[in-house]
Write a protein of this length. Structure first.
Lengths: 204, 627
């Protein structure tokens, strides 16, 4: 068992209901379980209907059983599907050592589309996210997935990027193996392509 | 992952959801029978049991409602079978009468009820604390801390149930149901337990002289719970400061104590046996304590029990908790509420945190999925209502269409009580037309809710010819909880095909006037609805259009929807951005730079309804065969 950079190591995955957040968290959690760490994972999917904010917490330890929720300020990694949601989570869970991977593509809340509110300035969002952590990397995950033919694969692009981060508990090879075990046929081929492109985007 | 549920690999550690852990626990217990009606957060349990039932040689059923499910379990118990009934908090209230009677008549084969509370009401209309049911019904209750205990408590609950001839409830909360954790598997039984032959003189009857027996049973269970492996104490032998925690509160408290520097003078008593409480064990620690903090989900159940014990035993004790105010009184526990509470209780300072902006961020309201037929139904209903001189009254019910009460459904209904209530509330209103109320009365229910609790109400409303319209939102699924079958679908939990029941035929047999419509045919359906509202007596309108998620899964062709940027006139159109502002489907977005409508290709499922509604005909739909 590799020594974790932090113990417990805490990851928050955040986005909007229907984006594949829960699957991404489950892939990371089960890969860590297979490596014989103690794992706890919490999913908030009351807002599983499209449109609500959702987040998953993944927690890993060499030997301690943990609650499924991460205390405020204790996330080591944040994976975000959307900039406003990433900022919401960064404000609550980030600390000066946190690393963030996120898709900068805004998804407008209904109140914005209906003309009741205005979406925050994207540059302001990005600047505030960057100010709350040690490193914030933008990965155009939804664009990558759409380009490869299925927008639902955005979660895999983000995981590809995550595996390339320094200190990530799973390296690219380990996560690739998890994906190869989980998917089959054309879906696997698509996910492998998306994963590699996510990884490339993070390195750039 | 089915193999983790049925593989006989004792000692192997796997990652399991709390709901999966219950399934595994049931399989390790060698159950004969399982029944449930779907309700979040525990909906997945019976779905998984149904899939493995044939392999493990037991019976699993998606029952029409919770009462059917629980009473069927009682039936199998009479022949010595082990049965498990899974309900959510509201379902537990549904089976109240049956539960109280069962507690008094007792059982033969083990009966375990798994109930899931939903603190913060993530997927519910209200918060509820099931522990009150255990207390008032005199039924033993267990509550796991994590996924391992969730699994292990199932065989333990069966053992207690059979030893004491009493139903046992396991209380879960959302974070246990939907959380995942490492679980070490136990052995699977090699031979199936034998059923009993029911003797001519066997009885299982609720009669008042059993009251004392029931109370004696509870005391016998209390003695067993004093020795239970699910209550743990850590800390000094005679603590002055004591934290008593149940369920998720245990792990949050442990972590809070760790973040506060692991104080040596604070004791932590984790209780897995919630009712009846192991009083001797509790009192042993309370006698030396000067202050106690209770950390628990939803209501101050333990806090009140400790106050009662302190009063009875004349203890000089300060009691803190959710009622006293150290912990949030409403909404679920989480580390960010428990840590400050433990900090305040112990007097240890909070760990430092980086400062963040307190400028509020936009929140996201819930919305119907892209392509959801309910969006069309509530648009049609609003259009029809606008044609009336006086607006009608709309009564809601429980299902995905609960969201229609908000902007997502044009603020479509005004009253909502509980599941199956719409028909009865509307029936009452509909009887007022003879007394001066001349507004149309409309209510609704989903197809699964129709079978669950609407049937008796419809019988009543039709027999008494109330002036009202029931809209059955028939999307061919129990969509909200994950597409479980119901009597209208022709499928069972174990995957068998059976003869489906026709909602139309049932309504007609109840002497109702019945019409059917497609909510996606906006104009035609608005006319039909408008006409029905004007007709006296009881009417039923069945809106037929499958759930968008089901439709997207089963569709064979590839559909692309886009906005012709030359045809869309933007804000100059006069439509007030109908597609994104009024229709409000997540697939309809707006390009704020260009000032024109766009389709969000990530969300759009290609139902094409918005194309019919765009006044400029700017929204284009292309269908092609899937490669």
């Amino acid at each position: 068992m590799k020594q974790l950079m932090y113990d417990p190591l805490n990851i928050v995955i955040c986005g909007i209901g229907g984006q594949g957040n829960v699957l991404a968290a489950e892939l990371v959690a089960s890969a860590m379980n297979d490596l014989e760490y103690r794992v706890a994972e919490g999913e908030t999917y009351g807002a599983a209907q499209r449109g609500g904010s959702v987040m998953s917490h993944v927690r890993v330890s060499a030997d301690t059983d943990l609650g499924v929720l991460i205390p405020a300020g204790e996330a080591h990694f944040i994976i975000g599907f959307e900039p406003l949601e990433t900022l919401r989570i960064a404000r609550r869970y980030a600390n000066p050592e946190t690393k963030i991977i996120y898709d900068p593509r805004p998804v407008y809340p209904q109140s914005v589309l209906r003309g009741r509110t205005v979406y925050p300035d994207l540059d302001d969002l990005k600047a505030e996210i960057a100010s709350l952590c040690s490193k914030a990397i933008e990965v155009p995950a939804a664009d990558i997935a759409l380009e490869c033919g299925d927008s639902r694969a955005a979660n895999i692009a983000l995981l590809g990027a995550f595996s390339c981060l320094e200190g990530a508990p799973l390296n690219t090879k380990e996560l690739e193996e998890t994906i190869a075990q989980r998917f089959k046929g054309a879906v696997l081929a698509l996910n492998q392509k998306v994963f590699a492109m996510g990884c490339e985007a993070a390195k750039r | 992952m089915d193999w983790t549920l049925t593989t006989n690999a004792p000692g192997k550690t796997v990652l399991m959801q709390g709901n999966e852990a219950i399934v595994r626990g049931a399989v390790e217990s060698g159950i004969h029978f399982a029944a449930s009606y779907p309700g979040s957060p525990s909906s997945q349990i019976l779905g998984m049991l149904g899939k493995i039932a044939k392999e493990r040689n037991f019976y699993a059923q998606w029952a029409t409602n919770e009462i059917c499910a629980f009473q069927a379990c009682l039936g199998t118990s009479f022949a010595g079978a082990r049965s498990i009934c899974i309900v959510k908090q509201n379902g537990l209230l549904c089976i109240g009468d049956a539960l109280f009677c069962a507690a008094q008549h007792g059982i033969k084969g083990g009966v375990v009820v798994v109930t899931s509370d939903d603190p913060s009401a993530h997927s519910s209309t209200n918060e509820f604390d099931s522990r009150h049911m255990a207390l008032s019904a005199s039924i033993p209750m267990l509550e796991p801390t994590d996924m391992q205990e969730a699994k292990d408590m199932v065989p333990y609950a069966f053992e207690i149930s059979e030893r004491t001839k009493q139903v046992v409830i396991i209380r879960l909360t959302t974070r246990v149901c939907h959380g995942r954790g490492s679980v070490a598997l136990g052995p699977l039984p090699e031979v199936q337990r034998k059923l009993d032959v029911v003797d001519e003189w066997d009885r299982m009857v609720c009669v008042s002289f059993r009251h004392q027996v029931m109370l004696d049973t509870l005391e016998a269970v209390r003695d067993l719970f004093e020795e239970s492996p699910y209550n743990h104490y850590t800390g000094p032998e005679h603590p002055e400061k004591l934290i008593v925690a149940g369920g998720t509160g245990c792990l949050y408290t442990k972590e809070a104590l760790h973040l506060l520097g692991d104080p040596a003078d604070v004791g932590l008593l984790q209780l897995g046996t919630i009712w009846p409480l192991p009083e001797k064990m509790l009192l042993e620690k309370l006698r030396t304590a000067k202050s106690v903090l209770a950390v628990e989900e939803v209501d101050p159940f333990l806090e009140d029990a400790i106050l009662k014990l302190a009063g009875r035993e004349h203890l000089d004790l300060q009691v803190f908790g959710r009622n006293e105010g150290t912990i949030n009184r409403v909404n679920e526990l989480d580390p960010d509420h428990v840590l400050p509470a433990v900090s305040a209780f112990t007097g240890l300072p909070m760990p430092p945190r980086q400062k963040t902006s307190d400028v509020p961020l936009l929140t996201r309201d819930l919305n119907f999925c892209a392509g959801c037929p309910h969006r069309a139904t509530f648009f049609v209903l609003k259009q029809a209502m606008r044609r009336e001189k006086v607006p009608g009254v709309v009564v809601g019910d429980i299902g995905c269409y609960y969201m229609a009460g908000s902007e997502a459904g044009q603020y479509g209904w005004q009253v909502n009580n509980c599941m199956g209530s719409g028909i009865n509330v509307a029936e009452g209103l509909g009887q007022l037309s003879a007394y001066g109320m001349d507004q149309p009365v409309v209510t609704m229910c989903g197809d699964s809710t129709f079978f669950h609790t609407v049937l008796p109400g419809l019988c009543n409303a039709s027999y008494h010819n109330s002036n009202m319209l029931l809209i059955v939102l028939d999307n061919s699924a129990t969509a909200m909880t994950g597409f479980q079958p119901h009597p209208g679908t022709g499928l069972t939990a174990m995957g068998d095909e059976v003869k489906p029941m026709s909602i139309r035929a049932i309504c007609e047999a109840m002497n109702c006037t019945v019409e059917e419509a497609d909510p996606f045919e906006i104009e035609e359906t608005t006319d039909l609805l408008s006409g029905l509202m004007k007709r006296p007596g009881l009417k039923v309108l069945i809106m037929k259009q499958p759930c968008a998620t089901l439709m997207a899964k089963s569709r064979t062709e590839k559909v692309t929807v886009w906005v012709d940027q030359d045809k869309c006139l933007g804000d100059g159109c006069g439509c007030d951005r109908f597609c994104s502002r009024v229709w409000g489907c997540p697939g309809n977005s707006w390009d704020f730079k260009a000032g024109k409508a766009v389709i969000d290709p990530v969300s759009c499922v290609g139902c094409g309804v918005c194309a019919k509604l765009c006044p400029q005909g700017a929204i284009q739909v292309k269908k092609e065969a899937r490669v």
